[in-house]
Design a protein around this ligand. Structure first.
Ligand code: ADP
Ligand code: MG
Length: 432
């Protein structure tokens, strides 16, 4: 991971890790004031938030949350952004009335090539979105501003950010030792604060802080050191973004249930553990990740929840206890691998920052004096699945050792991806 981070910082296209510039060179400090809006688009749900900040780092927010209609993930960007604009308009009018002028933080959780903190173009869609290719390259903030203007709303984008960057902003607002943020939800990604002189591909980059947030797009990480199973290959073949997002496909919520289903399907074909229900396991994506989690966390003596899920969701009736145990084991292995890979990624970032306790850091500190590091973390998979968190923590301790692991805090933020974007809208509408 560290080698690839260096390569991605050295040149565009130098690594599968894009290491994207965000132009976020200042994080919220607690001195922000006012009312800001944010929208969070890029996964299962769409969120609109109203965030009020002021008087000593108090943040209050209200939000609406809507599922993104499946057909809008496959249509045109105008249709998608009109849906967003109308939802935001309803929300703003309810909260503040019609004509209020407000700054908007736009969390758009796809790889974006930023040209400033408030503009950038899409590099490609991920996470099952497949909106017409022609839209790749267009300024997404401008597209949204057009839709907002058309809806008659007096709100414009001041900060276009990735969900990881929003999460980092909120984390940093609450705790200045926050150096990185990780998302483990539908997809997975991470960002961290890098020194500008380490961003070699952008010579002469100057910021007041001497640093800039880098969006790693770690979901696309790949390395020949990562063992890939036949199930990973089958899963990749089923997706619209083949050969991309390899790390994400081993870790995140869209995919874990499907990996387990592929394993169970092969077992059904090669043995008689599932009786003659093999065919019922042949449909892609019938085992969601929340179901995989429920299977793994079933602690009833007869695994009755596993029985129910197999019956109702996979149409496999009457499994013996022994088979249900096997299903639990499969879900456990898939979960554990994912959590351990995510932990390894986090250690990669800490290592790059010289905060993993392994010798002389770039700052000149030596072994034995690791600083406290906080990693802001968010996402439905991480937050909703305790066993995943346990495995992740366990791996952190295993890789870092207990002493160093004690200096690393994973801190869950609540709606950081959205609230943080609103805070960044505040930073970038008042300071410049
Ligand atoms: P996004 O913001 O990218 O839409 P979220 O952070 O809301 O993603 O996370 C949604 C994902 O989290 C879903 O894809 C689902 O697979 C996973 N998830 C949600 N709840 C649980 C749970 N209880 N156990 C395991 N995975 C979950
Ligand atoms: Mg999200």
């Amino acid at each position: 991971m560290v080698v690839e981070m260096h390569a991605g910082l050295a040149s565009d296209g130098g690594s599968k890790l894009k290491m994207l510039l965000t132009f976020v060179d200042a994080l919220p400090t607690g001195n922000e004031e006012g009312i800001y809006y944010a929208i969070d688009l890029g996964g299962t749900n769409f969120r609109a938030l109203r965030v009020e900040v002021g008087s000593g780092s108090v943040v209050t927010s209200r939000k609406v949350e809507l599922p993104i209609p499946e057909e809008l993930t496959k249509g045109t960007i105008e249709e998608l952004f009109n849906f967003v604009a109308i939802a935001l308009k309803d929300f703003v009018e309810r909260e503040d009335g019609k004509d209020e002028k407000r700054a908007l933080g736009f969390t758009f959780s796809f790889p974006v090539r930023q040209t400033s903190v408030s503009s950038g173009s899409l590099i490609r869609w991920t996470k099952g979105f497949s909106i017409e290719n022609a839209q790749v390259g267009k300024d997404v903030a401008q597209c949204l501003n057009e839709a907002l203007a058309m809806s008659g709303l007096n709100v414009r984008v001041t900060a276009l950010v990735n969900d990881t960057v929003g999460t980092l902003a909120l984390g940093h607002y609450h705790d200045e030792d926050t150096v990185a943020a990780v998302i483990i939800g539908a997809g997975t990604n991470a960002c961290y604060i890098e020194r500008t002189d380490a961003i070699i591909k952008c010579q002469g980059l100057l910021t007041n802080s001497g640093g800039m947030v880098v969006n790693m797009e770690w979901g696309n990480f790949w390395s020949s050191h990562l063992p890939r199973t036949p199930y990973d290959i089958s899963l990749d073949d089923e997706t619209q973004n083949r050969n991309d997002q390899g790390f994400e496909k081993m870790i995140s919520g869209i995919y874990l249930g499907e990996i387990a289903r592929l394993v169970l399907h092969r077992m059904a074909l090669e043995s008689d553990v599932f009786g003659d229900a093999a065919d019922n396991l042949s449909t892609p994506f019938t085992l969601s990740t929340p179901l995989l989690a429920a299977i793994r966390e079933d602690d009833s003596p007869d695994l009755s929840e596993v029985r129910r899920i197999l019956q109702e969701h996979l149409k496999i009736p009457d499994t013996p206890l022994k088979t249900r145990r096997l299903v639990v084991k499969v879900c456990d292995i898939v979960t554990r691998r994912a959590a351990r890979l995510a932990a390894a990624g986090i250690v990669g970032i800490l290592k790059k920052l010289g905060r993993d306790g392994s010798g002389v850091a770039s700052s000149g500190r030596t072994r034995g004096q690791p600083r406290r590091s906080v990693v802001a973390i968010e996402g439905g998979l991480y937050q909703g699945y305790p066993v995943f968190r346990e495995y992740l923590d366990e791996a952190l301790v295993e890789i870092l050792g207990e002493e160093v692991a004690r200096t690393v805090a994973l801190r869950v933020t609540e709606d950081g991806s959205g609230v943080g974007a609103a805070l960044l809208a505040a930073v970038y509408s008042s300071n410049r």
